[in-house]
Each structure stands twice: as structure tokens, then as C-alpha cells.
Write a protein that binds this ligand. Sequence first.
Ligand SMILES: [Mn+2]
Length: 332
Amino acid sequence: MLEGLNAFKDVLATAGRVLISTHVNPDGDAVGSLLGLRRVLRAYGVAVTAVLADPVPVKYRFLADEPVPGPRDDELARSTTTDPFDLAVFIDASELERVGEVAERFAQWCRPGAPLVNIDHHIGNTGFGDIVIVDPGRASSGELVLEVADVLGVTIDPVTARQLYAAVLTDTGRFQFSNTNEASLCAAGRLVRAGADPQTIAERIYFERPAAFYRLLGHLFEHMTLQAEGRICVFAVSREETAAFFRDGHYDSEGIVDFTVQVEGVEIGAFLRQTGERIFRASLRSRGEINVRAIAETFGGGGHEKAAGCTLEGEMPEVRERLIAAMTRSLE
Ligand SMILES: [Mn+2]
């Protein structure tokens, strides 16, 4: 990883303009590490533009010191025709496709031969890109931004500290998931010393959620499917139901899947939500020995052993049955 960090530093020395992005449906780590990386690179003196295929979720907007444009931004199109990017950096994305529309279009915004840097902590990272800075031993990408700052000699200011703290906090499930380790806690401590306030950040992210989130949660618990003598718990929600809960369009279901494995006796859980006409996104969690990444992989997805995700196509009842069948097989 140090090799990658040094190679990144070398290419930054000659890069005039840098493009950075992260994965679609950005979570706290994606948003926090993207924003933190933008500030660290700017502090180093690099002209950096962050682009996100999806808007920053409402609950993470307090982290944004500046807006993050989308891939169809006019200014982006204008500036890249006259002055293309010299370098692209994707953070917290296990594969190039996870960057969504940015992955499809970034090549046309960059000068030919511009290197691509891959900064991530997912165990299933495909190793895409020219410079790879991947450490699956890290609980969050936010911690890797700290490593970048150290290599570049950039001091973390309080705004950056807040962004990176939010990244570590959310990807460790408030320092409760099995990935929480000495490194993640030390990183958090360092960020607090640099000016991050744990109480206000936790309150903004966890204790100011829309009523619709709790209504949806109640609905999911009421209709949860328990299978295999209660070792499997599945939440499922259709697009119509979701729209009925979130009438203002500010959809928020982050962390809902974690509740599936908080039911007594449950070892693996899934939250299945319809995202398109015949498209479903499944998030998976494990509380025991079962590797849910292996389940996700059977559907072309990936992730970590205890937290993974995949996309399924079809109609709700049949998709749910297929998912439950795969989960049941994993218990054998
Ligand atoms: Mn992450």
C-alpha cells in the first residue's frame, strides 16, 4: 500500500487538474472520504474537482463544505473540453462500474493516458486502475484519506476531520461492527484531536432521521420473513411502498439492513428493495460465521464477509424466493 501511496504522490507532482469520485448510492464513508480527499488534495495545492453520479444524501449534506456536481454538470463539460483532467481518483469503489455514470464518462474528461488511482478498503476490490491503494484491513476509506494526507504532509483541519470522522463512524457502524479495530479507533481519536466533534456528528447522522424512516422500519418489521427456524431474516419493500413512505422524495434507508440481524436467533439478514422496473438491490448482513459476500457473489455482487450487496432482476415474489434459497443454502 505504501508503494501505491508513493506512486500517487509522484503523479500528483505533475498533475494540473484532478478528478475524484466515489460509488453510486453513496454512504457515509463514500461521502466523507470523497469530501475529505478533496480538501486534502486542495491543501496540497492540487486543483481538484469532485463529481458524484448520485446526489449527496440529505443527511450527509452537513458534511459538504462545497457542493459536489453531477456527471451532467455544464461547467464540468465546458472546462474539460479546454482543460481535461490529468488524473482520476476513485475512492471506496470495489470495482470501476460502482462509480456509475462517472465510470462511463470520465475517460472523455481526461487527457489521453491520464492515470487512474483506486483507493479502497473492500476485500473484493478488483484492483482496477493504474495505481492501487487498497487495504482490506481498514474499516473505512476515510482512514485511507488520512494515510494520503500523511504521505503528502497535509495537516488535517477541523472541517476535514469532521468529514473523515463521519466516514469512519458510519462504516464501523458507530464502532460496533466486527471491522472496528485499533486502527479505526486510533484514526477516530486522531480526527477528534484535529477538531471533529463526536457528539454533533453522531446526532446529525443518527438522531435526526425523518419520521418516514421509522415508519418504513415499522412496516418492515411487521412484514419480516423469518426462515430456517429463525436463522434468516428478510425485509422486502417495493418501489410503490417506498414512494408512499418518502413522499418528499428524500429516500433514506441506510442502516435498515442492520436491524435484520438484531433479531434474536438470526444469523444472516437481507434488505431487499426494488430500485427499478424489474430491478432489486439486496443488502446482506451476517452476525455469525456465515460469509454473506459468498451469497452476494452468486448474484454477481460483492462486499465484505459480514456486509455485502448484490442486484437481482425479476418480479418481487420470485426474486425474494431466489434470495432466500441462496441464503438457506449458505447455512448448510
Ligand atoms: Mn467504505
